[in-house]
Every structure is written in structure tokens, then in C-alpha cells.
Design a protein around this ligand. Structure first.
Ligand SMILES: O=P(O)(O)OC[C@H]1O[C@H](O[C@H]2O[C@H](CO)[C@@H](O)[C@H](O)[C@H]2O)[C@H](O)[C@@H](O)[C@@H]1O
Length: 273
């Protein structure tokens, strides 16, 4: 049976809370890793317009100021982009974990760095190949690229997706690959590295008894859920698809309520024995 086959629909977070309480009780640290789009920020048509809800901004600021919590944002966006969108954390991962900023030092996956020129070439060529596709957007994030179809008329999307895949195959060869996200295709270096690897590096900085939590809403968040479960807790936002996360929340508003709980009750439970 594959890992994907073993996935189940996550339970409502309220059902998982007793397990979370027991994990947090007496632990020395909480490592709280958060996705951005669809988790802290509601999904919107224009990727440039995405903003964290006010309640999530406040909750992230509170958690980030808490000495017993490591707060990290782990996004598919470029590091510099996501950093501008949410203040507070000491740690940011961008481009699905290919770039990681900890304590003011940024590490970039060396193979991804070498393939940035190919991403650039693909994005430039796609500007031309998709020039006749209404409302398509190409987001060049240097280490990866995203083609946005959310505002493209539905009948045009299959052909636009086909041209995107064909262009990546032609210019990227074995060096690049395509994956799907929410109404997007992601163009990435074909290397075994994702958000889960970045979360593992972040968690490795914490003591062994730290409790890792990851909250996210999309396919690329699954590797991060696999990293934190079952010692910690993965929380999938929205939908009821099978997931490696054990818990689920409905929306970014529900995420804010959860983060507020972590910043108050959750922190009190740490070292509370
Ligand atoms: O890992 P994330 O922080 O969730 O980033 C994943 C992608 O998010 C963005 O695209 C998504 O959000 C947009 C704004 O709400 C929406 O228009 C788009 O349809 C979504 O797929 C971002 O633009 C991408 O670069 C990220 O890879």
C-alpha cells in the first residue's frame, strides 16, 4: 500500500485537541509552522492581492513574541515575497522549502540555484506561448515558477495547461518538473526536496521533546504533514480529502482561533508539569 493509499480524512481539530493537549503538557517547546495562501490568507483571484487576515496577523505576532515557541512561515511563494506579507516569525521558508531563512541567514538548495536559469527561460517562453490566453498569470519566483489559471476561462484551461507542460518538457528536460496546486501549475527543479524537508530542518533546531505543528491547505503541504505526524500534529485547512494530516480546520478564520489558543492555553501547557 502506498503512503497516499494510507491517508484518511482528517478529523475535526476539536476531536484531536485532547491528544494535542497531552503532547504540549510538559514539553519544553512548540514549533509552529504555517503555510501562507489558503491558511493565513484567504484564496483570492489575484495572487498579488493575497493578505493574511487581521486575526491571523495578530495571532502570528503573539506566537512569534513567545520565547517558548518557534514560529515559521513555510510557503510556495518566493521567500522575499512571503516575508513582505506577514511579519513576526524568526524563520521563513520560500519556494516550497528550497530557500530557508533562520536567524538572518538564508540557505538556498544548491541544485535549485543552478537550475534558476532554466526556470527563467521557461517563464520567458511561457509569456509568449500563453500570450493569447485571457487572464493567465506567470509568476517567476526564480527557483520555481507558477502559472495561474484561476481567472482563465474554463474552456481554455486544458489547452493552456497542455502548452505549459509541453514547454517545461521541451526546455527543462529531466531538470524540471510540473506539479499541480490550487488552480495553478508549479514549475520546479526535479529534486527530492519539499516543504517537509524544510520543516524537518526547522524542527531539528528545537529540543527533542518539542511539539511540531504544521498548518496548511494544499498538495505541497502534505510532505510537511508527514514530517510532523505522528509525534506532532498536521492540520489541513479546508476540504475533506484524504491527507497525512490528522486534524482539519475549515478556513483561515478557524486557523486564527486555533493560533490564539496555541498562544494562550498551548503556551501555558508547556513546561506545566
Ligand atoms: O504554499 P503557499 O504559501 O500556500 O503558496 C502556494 C501558492 O500560493 C499562491 O497561489 C495560490 O494563492 C493565490 C492567491 O490566493 C491564488 O490566486 C492561486 O490560485 C493559488 O494557487 C502563490 O501565488 C503561488 O506562488 C504559491 O506557490
Amino acid at each position: 500500500m502506498s503512503v497516499a493509499d494510507a491517508r484518511e480524512t482528517p478529523a475535526p481539530l476539536s476531536d484531536v485537541r485532547p491528544r494535542l493537549r497531552s503532547r504540549l503538557t510538559g514539553a519544553s517547546r512548540l514549533v509552529c509552522c504555517l503555510d501562507f495562501d489558503g491558511t493565513l490568507a484567504p484564496i483570492v483571484d489575484d495572487p498579488e492581492a493575497a493578505t493574511a487576515t487581521a486575526a491571523n496577523e495578530a495571532a502570528v505576532a503573539t506566537l512569534s513574541a513567545e520565547p517558548s515557541v518557534t514560529t515559521a512561515v513555510v510557503s510556495g511563494r518566493a521567500l522575499a515575497d512571503v516575508r513582505e506579507r506577514i511579519d513576526g516569525p524568526s524563520t521563513y521558508a520560500g519556494n516550497h522549502g528550497l530557500e530557508l531563512e533562520r536567524e538572518d541567514s538564508v540557505a538556498v538548495h544548491p541544485v535549485a540555484s543552478k537550475r534558476a536559469a532554466r526556470i527563467e527561460a521557461v517563464c520567458t517562453t511561457l509569456e509568449d506561448r500563453l500570450a493569447d490566453v485571457p487572464n493567465v498569470r506567470i509568476e517567476n519566483k526564480r527557483l520555481t515558477g507558477t502559472v495561474h489559471f484561476r481567472s482563465v476561462p474554463e474552456d481554455v484551461r486544458p489547452e493552456a495547461r497542455r502548452r505549459t507542460r509541453e514547454t517545461v518538457e521541451r526546455l527543462g528536460g529531466d531538470a524540471l518538473e510540473v506539479s499541480s496546486g490550487k488552480r495553478i501549475l508549479e514549475i520546479e527543479p526535479s529534486i527530492p526536496w519539499g516543504k517537509g524537508n524544510a520543516v524537518a530542518l526547522i524542527a531539528a533546531d528545537a529540543p527533542d521533546d518539542a511539539v511540531p505543528i504544521y498548518v496548511g491547505d494544499d498538495v505541497t503541504d502534505e510532505s510537511a504533514f508527514e514530517t510532523v505526524e505522528p509525534e506532532g500534529i498536521g492540520v489541513r485547512v479546508g476540504g475533506d480529502e484524504p491527507s497525512a494530516a490528522s486534524a482539519r480546520l475549515e478556513s483561515p478564520d478557524a486557523v486564527a482561533t486555533f493560533l490564539e489558543w496555541l498562544g494562550s492555553t498551548g503556551v501555558e501547557l508547556l513546561d506545566s508539569e
